[in-house]
Design a protein around this ligand. Structure first.
Ligand code: SF4
Ligand code: SF4
Length: 376
């Protein structure tokens, strides 16, 4: 009987399935920086486990066949891969929109020109702070900020559109206005101001990074004023920290709904943090076609749609709007990925995470635990 119910659930999930529109291709976990909020898993993949070029090319071809329109080359630091230009050329050749998400420190104008010539459409460059010394302390890198500024100028010089990514937290929020000014000075068309989301490395560093409620409110006011002042000059996206939120985010637009990640070793994940949910097995493109994984992966089907929801969400009129929030956060904070996201004010543990945020942000910030192989 259980088998029949399970088969019916899979059939329902498949009937509801939409084609994916974008891949986050995590080419490598190698990176010259060591940000304490890095979204990579605690167990980083070694270089010798990375997919070879031919597998990435096959994956891109199969992705186009199932409807994917965009590829975001990410990492770690994707420019650490010697075949990046070849991968970009192939992606552009099969009609994918190509975006490079980079720390920038391994790039120069010559490499950017070659990526542009290969068909690269867009670059997202991370900046750790507007203050050079603090930026280099956050990334644990010497002279990183100066190199990033020079790369930002080279990105615009070769004619690529630029988005500046700024992850904000208690130790750089005092420079938020400076980060916004810097985005304008560097001719970024878009700035993403994203408060740290606390999974993996960021969860380990939560007491160092959590802003106070007052800092969050000041930051929100600064962003709102800048949006008004810079209309037509700079678009600002803003992501608030879940611990202070009342409603959960529609994480990844729904688990296994429109997006997927491919990890450096080839595992297909519904989001970059999904491996933090212990007990789930994710299939690899080394063993299965992408089409098979997208339709049949038990882990991708597990939290698709609304059937999996706990009673609190299943009976809630917001269930189709937020799809129950983030599974990784539910797991990190309750030990059960099938619980209501504690960011939701209806969750029985919502007040507890608010209290954690208040407590963490009120203590003296401990030293960062830097992201590195074996550092977990
Ligand atoms: S967040 Fe920092 S450490 Fe992680 S991949 Fe990006 S630049 Fe590297
Ligand atoms: S109870 Fe569930 S569906 Fe309702 S708002 Fe909260 S997370 Fe969303």
């Amino acid at each position: 009987m259980d088998d029949i119910v399970q088969l019916e659930n899979v059939a329902e999930a498949q009937a509801r399935m939409l084609p994916p529109i974008a891949i986050l291709a995590e080419l490598t976990h190698r990176c010259p920086l060591q940000c304490p909020y890095c979204s990579n898993p605690l167990e980083l993949e070694r270089a010798n486990a990375e997919l070879p070029t031919a597998d990435w090319i096959r994956a891109m071809n199969e992705a186009v066949d199932i409807g994917v329109l965009q590829i975001h080359f990410s990492g770690g630091e994707p420019t650490a891969r010697k075949d990046l230009e070849e991968l970009v050329r192939h992606a552009a050749g099969i009609g994918l929109y190509t975006n490079l998400i980079t720390s920038g420190v391994l790039l120069d104008e010559d490499k950017l020109q070659r990526l542009f010539d290969a068909g690269l459409d867009h670059v997202q460059l991370s900046i750790q702070d507007a203050d050079a010394a603090n930026a280099d302390r956050i990334g644990n890198i010497k002279d990183g900020h100066r190199r990033k500024l020079s790369v930002a100028r080279a990105i615009r010089k070769v004619g690529l559109p630029l988005t500046m990514n700024a992850v904000v937290h208690r130790q750089n929020l005092h420079n938020l206005a400076g980060l916004i000014d810097l985005a304008v000075e560097l001719e970024a068309a878009r700035l993403e101001v994203a408060h740290v989301q606390y999974y993996g490395w960021a969860l380990k560093n939560r007491a160092s990074l959590m802003p106070t409620l007052e800092q969050l409110q000041d930051a929100t006011a600064t962003v709102e004023a800048a949006r008004e002042r810079l209309k037509g000059v700079l678009t600002i996206d803003y992501v608030v920290p879940d611990y202070y939120a009342r409603r959960p985010k529609k994480c990844m637009d729904g688990w296994g709904r429109r997006f997927f990640n491919i990890s450096p070793a080839g595992k297909v994940l519904p989001c970059h943090a999904a491996e933090s949910i212990t007990g789930l097995q994710f299939e690899s493109i080394r063993d299965y076609s992408l089409a098979w994984i997208w339709e049949n992966s038990p882990a991708l089907n597990l939290y698709r749609g609304t059937d999996w929801m706990p009673p609190l969400c299943k009976t809630c009129d917001q269930r189709e709007i937020d799809l129950g929030g983030c599974r990784c956060q539910a797991f990190a904070l309750t030990g059960n990925a099938a619980e209501t996201d504690p960011a939701c004010q209806k969750s029985p543990v919502h007040d507890i995470i608010f209290d954690i945020a208040v407590t963490d942000s009120a203590t003296g910030a401990p030293d960062y635990i830097y992201r590195r192989l074996g550092g977990a």
